[in-house]
Design a protein around this ligand. Structure first.
Ligand code: ADP
Ligand code: MG
Length: 378
């Protein structure tokens, strides 16, 4: 399906924004810590035609035959249904969160098409939000910069869609650059683009989507957040970000064993993000393998958010020569990443697939991603 088939005319402009993979820094975002995602070469495209009235209409290849519409005079989350909230919510958040005056603006016809897999932990949601946010701010000439747009995307996802997510995904999707990672301080929202330089080093990132979606993912996420809050309160700090590895012996004395291990994951993970940034700058990507593997072990043993499928993916990739590997995303299922030599990619993918077959697991989806440019007008 195309824009032309839905609306009967050709679009005037096209914007696109990528999904993302988190290289390292898991469950650190809501602890005011550090994350290191990159935008990937899978994008969501928003084709747009400008209207003369106040209507926004949206359609998606994702749900053929449905066209949702909402007037700029009726913008309110209660009037947004299903996935259309990812588009209408941006217009609403531009007004509510960024203070844009939309009273004299006209609407759009929008058609969304995407090759970011939905629900695989690659943030198809940020891809749609960020492409639309860049398009609307451009076409309405609102003059908002990309950091402001990241906040708009997060606000929309939190309050129009209703998902309590951080700002990592939008930051990666808006600020990503080719063959680079986005270093984000989740407290200050300071960002820096750091060269990943995989191309020059003959490396690639393999995504191994286990296609496991655990029923207790939501409950598990909440329990981890609660543990982190408890740990921070007991240690007398605002957030776990304020602790360093030197504080861990004191934490061990003060906290029960489970809370201590949750805290230890977050504190050491923040340190691993900082170490990864430094290592990338000083030694290049071949030297970050141990940090990725240590991150996985910490999530498996201390934070207890891995599953046997993710552990098998990581172990098999490492046994077949990966430079490093770890689960990525919230855990309890989802995907692992492996940093691999370009020539070894096929052998490692095959080894993981057959290890899954031998274990009686569902066949994983394995594919390569490259660090790509963030949201843009195409
Ligand atoms: P993830 O971001 O990990 O892929 P989310 O649950 O956060 O998963 O976001 C997925 C949701 O985003 C989908 O259920 C849908 O509502 C919306 N979405 C993503 N891509 C599209 C698309 N191409 N067209 C319409 N809605 C989309
Ligand atoms: Mg998402």
């Amino acid at each position: 399906m195309t824009f032309q088939q839905v609306y009967g005319y050709e679009p005037t402009v096209q914007y696109s924004a990528p999904g993302r993979v988190n290289l390292i820094g898991e469950h650190t975002d809501y602890n005011d810590g550090y994350v290191l995602p990159f935008a990937i070469d899978r994008r969501t495209v928003a084709s747009i035609g400008q209207r003369e009235d106040r209507l926004i209409r949206v359609a998606s290849a994702f749900e053929p035959d449905a066209v949702h519409e909402l007037s700029l005079d009726e913008l309110d989350p209660s009037r947004m249904q299903g996935w259309s909230a990812y588009v209408f919510g941006i217009a609403w958040a531009l007004r509510e969160q960024a203070g844009a005056d939309l009273s004299d603006k006209t609407g759009f016809d929008v058609f969304i098409d995407s090759d970011v897999p939905v629900g695989a932990g690659l943030s198809s949601s940020a891809a749609i939000e960020c492409g639309v946010a860049l398009a609307f701010t451009d076409l309405w000439e609102l003059g908002l910069d990309r950091k402001a747009l990241a906040r708009v995307g997060q606000y929309s996802e939190n309050h129009a869609v209703g998902a309590p997510t951080g700002i990592m995904d939008q930051s990666a999707s808006l600020l990503g650059e080719q063959d680079a990672v986005v270093f984000l301080d989740c407290r200050t929202l300071d960002t820096a683009v750091v060269d990943l330089a995989l191309e020059a080093n003959g490396l690639e990132v393999l995504v191994i989507d286990t296609r496991v979606e655990h029923a207790h993912a939501t409950g598990g996420y909440k329990a981890r957040r609660d543990s982190c809050e408890r740990g921070a309160a007991a240690m007398g700090v605002e957030a776990l970000r304020d602790l360093s590895v030197d504080d861990l012996p004191r934490a061990q004395e003060l906290l029960d064993d489970e809370t201590f291990r949750r805290v230890r994951h977050v504190v050491t993970e923040d340190q691993r993000v900082l170490d990864t940034v430094r290592t990338l700058r000083e030694q290049g990507p071949r030297a970050i393998g141990d940090l990725l593997v240590a991150s996985h072990a910490s999530m498996r043993d201390d934070f207890e958010i891995s599953v046997p499928e993710l552990d098998l993916a990581v172990e098999t990739a490492m046994a077949h020569g990966a430079v490093g590997a770890r689960m990525t995303g919230g855990g309890f299922g989802g995907a692992a990443i492996a940093l691999v030599d370009r020539e070894a990619r096929g052998a490692i993918a095959d080894a993981v697939t057959s290890a899954f077959a031998s274990a009686g697991y569902r066949e994983p989806t394995v594919f390569t991603v490259h660090a790509a440019q963030g949201a843009r007008r195409d």
